[in-house]
Write a protein that binds this ligand. Structure first.
Ligand code: SAH
Length: 347
């Protein structure tokens, strides 16, 4: 049987340089090819015009470039763009471009499906198929950067890992992608413009702090009462709030970076004063701000956005306690591109 060709973008720059040296070529050739692969996002070896024909053929014989393909692009009436992204093995994920007057934000996926089973999230209805590779995460960002330049006349300014999947359960690949996104040979973006959103995996939050990546951290909290959080986010039984609190304290001690809590208020689930008081108490542990997110129904009939009175109650209680709170309106609902709605419906 013929050997399967290797994915060239699984190699580090050093490995690529060593490969060329082993072929009797210069290590510099490795740097040139690396730049084509990442900075210039070459889709084929043929595109690499400053590399000799013979070398390109040799690469062709040994490697593949597993580039993602944007199968379908949908535009919402509010300007939000959703890409259905096909991977080399035919699985699909989705990513979203969210424009505001000042910036454009890419919301990218980290897994096909998700490791977790949050009851209110559409992605959880898909089973986790596999982790995305660093290049598959990077390519989503490049595709959105191109769309941002094309449709909004500006480069991408921010990235949030709030698409499909739990980024901290695909830690190594997500961090390799971040490294490419921030390096000069990649997109050269600042890591301060990247937010990792997690349901709260304590051990990995600590690792993220130790690795000094300078990315921002957002935690999908949704309840500061264990019994309730476990009902809506069952993995809370394994990683209860006390463990999360300890990891967040560690994060702040190490990074001095304020945490964002994402929080949805649902009718009959977490809409009482007792719930809001628990959130206020939780917010006192580490410097933070709260993002009250609008719920995007996933048509299961169980979860419903609480009344605006309940949201106001939360807002005023947080403000009274000196905690910054913002209410986030949903974007891209008409094309199922809003938070928690990504379930490959377009494909
Ligand atoms: N797994 C990561 C990132 C993906 S979810 C995390 O949990 O943070 C991104 C955000 O969308 C999270 O804050 C999540 O709680 C929120 N979300 C999930 N389902 C939603 C829904 N139906 N409506 C609004 N937000 C939702």
């Amino acid at each position: 049987m013929k050997d399967k060709k290797k994915d060239i973008r699984a190699l580090t720059k050093e490995q690529l340089q060593e490969f060329f040296v082993a072929q009797g070529d210069k290590s510099f050739r490795g740097s040139q090819v690396y730049e084509w692969l990442w900075n210039k996002s070459a889709h084929s070896f043929e595109d690499m015009t400053n590399i000799s024909k013979a070398t390109r053929q040799m690469l062709e014989d040994n490697f593949v470039i597993n580039h993602i393909r944007v199968d379908q692009m949908q535009r919402s009436s509010d300007g939000t763009i959703k890409n259905a992204v096909r991977l080399h093995d035919n699985l699909t994920v989705e990513s979203v471009l969210i424009p505001t007057p000042k910036r454009t934000t890419a919301c990218v996926s980290s897994q096909v499906g998700c490791s977790l089973d949050c009851k209110f999230c559409a992605t959880a209805t898909l089973k986790r198929m596999r982790n995305l590779n660093p290049d598959e995460i990077y390519d989503q960002v490049v595709a959105i950067d191109n769309e941002s330049r094309l449709y909004f006349d500006k480069p991408l300014s921010n990235i949030v890992f709030m698409g499909m999947g739990e980024p901290l359960m695909n830690y190594n690949n997500v961090m390799k992608a971040v490294e490419k996104i921030t390096s000069k040979e990649g997109l050269g973006m600042s890591s301060k413009r990247i937010t990792i959103s997690t349901s709260g995996v304590p051990k990995m939050i600590k690792k993220l702090a130790d690795d000094e990546t300078k990315v921002k951290l957002a935690v999908s909290l949704h309840s500061a009462i264990d019994e309730i959080r476990t009902t809506i986010m069952p993995f809370n039984a394994t990683f209860p709030l006390e463990d999360l609190r300890e990891a967040l304290e560690y994060w702040y001690l190490k990074t001095k970076s304020r945490i964002t809590y994402e929080y949805i208020v649902w009718e009959g689930i977490n809409d009482t004063r007792k719930d809001a008081e628990a959130l206020v108490r939780f917010c006192k542990y580490v410097p933070c701000k709260v993002n009250l997110i609008e719920y995007n129904p996933i048509d299961d009939g169980v979860f419903q956005q609480a009344s605006s009175d309940a949201t106001h109650m939360y807002e005023s209680m947080l403000e009274r306690n000196g905690i910054t709170v913002t209410v986030r309106r949903s974007r891209g609902k008409d094309i199922d591109a809003a938070c928690g709605q990504l379930a490959n419906k377009s494909s």
